[in-house]
Design a protein around this ligand. Structure first.
Ligand code: HEC
Ligand code: HEC
Ligand code: HEC
Ligand code: HEC
Length: 121
């Protein structure tokens, strides 16, 4: 019994470590919760293509339905130097940077750390 309790606590901890807390999501710090909030009303389905999302991958195409394709993204951030949407990396999948339910990260910095600064939503 004691052992079982231990396992359960461990499970809870690992869950807490991987999933953002409801409070964090509600603050709208991550792009998924930003989209889900009243006034924007993007649904789980709009991004995931399924009513009850089960698998991880979210296709760039689902973002593009609303935001437009890469040329449109390039135009939108044409004043940002260097442009995260127009580089020698080509058309990086949107969710490599705009991560969904966890903080966004700019993959460019894996190689250009301390070289460029970005503010990513
Ligand atoms: C703005 C788009 C967007 C919306 C809206 C959205 N998600 Fe996601 N979701 C993502 C992205 C991006 C990922 C990560 C995909 C990847 O890692 O490739 C993800 C991942 C997930 C995962 C996999 C586990 C994880 O956390 O990585 C689950 C489960 C999930 N979402 C459920 C939901 C549910 C339920 C809703 C509606 C309440 C929802 N999502 C709304 C973009 C969205
Ligand atoms: C059903 C339409 C829809 C879908 C699908 C969608 N978005 Fe959005 N998105 C919006 C709207 C509406 C806004 C708020 C107005 C705006 O900034 O254009 C927004 C805002 C954003 C912002 C700016 C957030 C901020 O804090 O300023 C980013 C970044 C973004 N979306 C990325 C994505 C990514 C990445 C995906 C795919 C995983 C996605 N969106 C899917 C409609 C959508
Ligand atoms: C290499 C990382 C990266 C990828 C991949 C990426 N973005 Fe972005 N995105 C950024 C950064 C950084 C910003 C903030 C730019 C700035 O300083 O305004 C941004 C800004 C945005 C914005 C807000 C622009 C504004 O000024 O309102 C939207 C919407 C957006 N991205 C959508 C997308 C979509 C859709 C895709 C896929 C087609 C995508 N992004 C792919 C890094 C990325
Ligand atoms: C795998 C490593 C790697 C990644 C990831 C990466 N870069 Fe680079 N980048 C380089 C190398 C190597 C060079 C050439 C040497 C230099 O100028 O530093 C370079 C050069 C550049 C330059 C100089 C001008 C040019 O186009 O040649 C810019 C601007 C740039 N990268 C922007 C970006 C942006 C924006 C991203 C993210 C979308 C990115 N890089 C992602 C490795 C990388």
């Amino acid at each position: 019994m004691k052992h079982l309790k231990c396992c359960f606590a461990f499970l809870l901890c690992s869950l807490a470590a991987t999933l953002p807390s409801r409070a964090e999501e509600a603050k709208g710090r991550y792009i998924a919760s930003y989209h889900l909030r009243p006034g924007i009303h993007v649904s789980c389905f709009d991004c995931h293509g399924e009513e009850k999302p089960s698998k991880k991958a979210v296709a760039s195409e689902s973002c593009m339905v609303c935001h437009g394709d890469y040329p449109a993204m390039k135009a939108l951030t044409k004043n940002v130097k260097p442009s995260p949407h127009d580089s020698h990396m080509g058309e990086v999948p949107c969710t490599e940077c705009h991560c969904g339910h966890k903080p966004s990260k700019v993959v460019c910095l894996e190689c250009h750390e301390n070289e460029y600064k970005f503010r990513i939503p």
